[in-house]
Ligand binder design. Sequence first.
Ligand SMILES: Cc1cc2nc3c(=O)[nH]c(=O)nc-3n(C[C@H](O)[C@H](O)[C@H](O)COP(=O)(O)OP(=O)(O)OC[C@H]3O[C@@H](n4cnc5c(N)ncnc54)[C@H](O)[C@@H]3O)c2cc1C
Length: 411
Amino acid sequence: MKVCVIGGGASGMMCATMIARKGHSVDLYEKNEKLGKKLYITGKGRCNVTNATVGDEFLKNVINGKKFVMGAITRFNSKDTINFFEDVGIPLKVERGNRVFPESDKSSDIIKGLEKAMRWAGVNVFLNKPVQKVLSNESEITGIVVDGEEKLYDSVIVATGGISYPATGSTGDGYTFAKDLNHTIIEPVPALCAIKINDTECAKFSGLTLKNVKLMAKKIGRFIFESDIGELSFIHYGLSGPLALSCSSFICREDFRYVKLIIDLKPTLSIETLENRIDREIVELKAKSVSSLLEQLMPKVMVSSFAQRIGISLSEKANQLNKENRKKIAKLLKNYEYLPSSLDIFETAIITSGGINLKEINPKYMKSKLYNNLYFIGEVLDIDALTGGYNIQLAFSTAVTCASDFKDIKN
Ligand SMILES: Cc1cc2nc3c(=O)[nH]c(=O)nc-3n(C[C@H](O)[C@H](O)[C@H](O)COP(=O)(O)OP(=O)(O)OC[C@H]3O[C@@H](n4cnc5c(N)ncnc54)[C@H](O)[C@@H]3O)c2cc1C
């Protein structure tokens, strides 16, 4: 069979390798001058290539497409990824949170491993070749257009990625191909990114990182996101850091008019315990000011805005605060609210949420339900997961699942 893979990222390289290993002729087209440009910048240049969890533990971190990817992550899981890279001479190591990295801490080694695997399997790689169109007749795909020329193929695999960090080559071409072929697209939106807040307070707090806090998102009174205890950073236009990134994935498809964010600045203490602590602090502070009291409870930069929110004067003596205001302080420490205005732009989003409508794809082989010889793999699909190595693993798992539809003609 003559197979075309469009895109030389994580999913495309893995898929091309697996199909070529079965004896098929595989051509991989990459629009950039080199392969794996996005992989190169992953994990801050170290590439968190998978997460050493499997099954339900892995699935807990998948946001969209949980059911759809279940079979794929069983067929090719993180252990298989680790073995794959060991076999091509790239040993991996497991770190905190089961995050898996190359032992060398170099993302370039992951790319080298995939390139080597393709070379050994006999994949033909074409660089600087943006595919312009996928060709079809009524019932099947017939090939592609590249450099204005038609090339005929028995099967075409779209592995063009999402639309985030477009400078790496993922500019949403896969969505255009899919639409032209009558597939529907779930609107792509940025995810795993900063959250914009229309409030000058964020600019005042910019540079501040809150440690050991919790972030929650509520939509019309119902929690749609509740983080574990972790880190949250302020940037001049909103919230960033690990908690904000995770939160963005849960709220990215919501109407922001109905969403509010709540920071719990003291997640290990109940309101009652906090009230008692405030009373104790006040006794210890004797005749000192409210400002001194608040400085015991939060970073200094937050003190003035915090006091403003509950309408207390910073110069007032702490021991003159009445019961109601003491309760207000405790309550605000547990419920510091912001209204999100939007998410950050695609240029800075780690992942795209949305993509090819999963209802139109058979998850057994990642095959289109509209054309028998068309496949979609990786981030171009409407699947996404949290940070921790899950997204690259999803790219590999969907790639190998697609390859399993091709017969082994070698033996
Ligand atoms: C800054 C950053 C850090 C990240 N860190 C991690 C991490 O540590 N761990 C993790 O699991 N995930 C991480 N991710 C997410 C992860 O990189 C992606 O989910 C993953 O690369 C998706 O793989 P893919 O093959 O679907 O798409 P991509 O890797 O984006 O590959 C798509 C390829 O297709 C090519 N292409 C597009 N259109 C065409 C066309 N018309 N013709 C030819 N070629 C085309 C592109 O140039 C690109 O090379 C990170 C993402 C970013 C942006």
